[in-house]
Design a protein around this ligand. Structure first.
Ligand code: DC
Length: 222
């Protein structure tokens, strides 16, 4: 039986993870998983339930009891809460400000790890986030780390109509004790400041194909 492959794409905010992960997933026919959306969903749910996102115990308790379900729709994994998929709601400035607080809670990260690993039941994955190569699927041989200059990333966010303090969010994500953002060992690092998403995704796909050929070449002949 073939074990599903996981392509891990980590990196800073607005480094092009989502755009490129989607292109790579579509090109290879793999399932796309946006783990940031899962953290955003919890942050949004806390705000909705009036749970203080700085109250670690209350957030952990909510995370233990919320009613969620993983489904795969159009090649993308969705986390449903009470049967609902909150898509637009999780992208507001209020949720963006709350999410790094929720993401710093160790019990939340343990819950996310369990759920994110379950995604392989849907097949081969392209999973993007901050700790996929270091913590969620450290065993995968396909690790990528995307970055771009702060000015370029801020420009991209502004072009999307979103105004936020990226430097502060990156700092929170990198300095938290639980599974901080860092470059996974053995990852291919791509600084895409001067690159288009076509160029970035082409680099990622070429590297995956090169490695897959290598795996096939070094494997036992059948
Ligand atoms: O990728 P994004 O901007 O939607 O992520 C939202 C937040 O969630 C971001 O502050 C970092 C956090 N996050 C995380 O800690 N670990 C992940 N695997 C994905 C996102």
């Amino acid at each position: 039986m073939n074990v599903p492959l996981v392509i891990a794409i980590d990196g800073t905010s607005a480094s092009g993870k989502s755009t490129n992960a989607r292109i790579v997933a579509r090109t290879l026919g793999y399932i796309y998983v946006d783990t940031g959306a899962m953290y955003r969903t919890l942050a949004w749910y806390c705000l909705k339930q009036k749970v203080d996102v700085d109250d670690t115990r209350a957030v952990a308790a909510l995370c233990r009891r919320w009613k969620t379900e993983l489904v795969c729709v159009d090649g993308q994994v969705r986390l449903l809460v009470d049967g609902v998929y909150p898509e637009k709601e999780i992208r507001t400035a209020e949720t963006s400000a709350a999410v790094p607080r929720v993401a710093a809670i160790p019990k939340v990260r343990a819950w996310m790890k369990k759920v994110q690993r379950q995604c392989i039941r849907f097949g081969n994955l392209v999973m993007e986030g901050r700790d996929i190569g270091t913590n969620i699927f450290p065993e995968t041989e396909f690790k990528f780390y995307l970055d771009a200059s702060l000015s370029e990333r801020s420009r991209r966010r502004a072009a999307d109509g979103v105004k936020e303090n990226l430097a502060e969010r990156d700092q929170r994500d990198s300095e938290r004790a639980a599974a901080p953002l860092m470059i996974p060992l053995g990852a291919t690092v791509i600084n895409n400041s001067g690159m288009t998403s076509e160029e970035t995704s082409a680099r990622i796909i070429a590297e995956i194909r090169r490695r897959l050929d290598g795996v096939a070449d070094s494997g036992p002949s059948l």
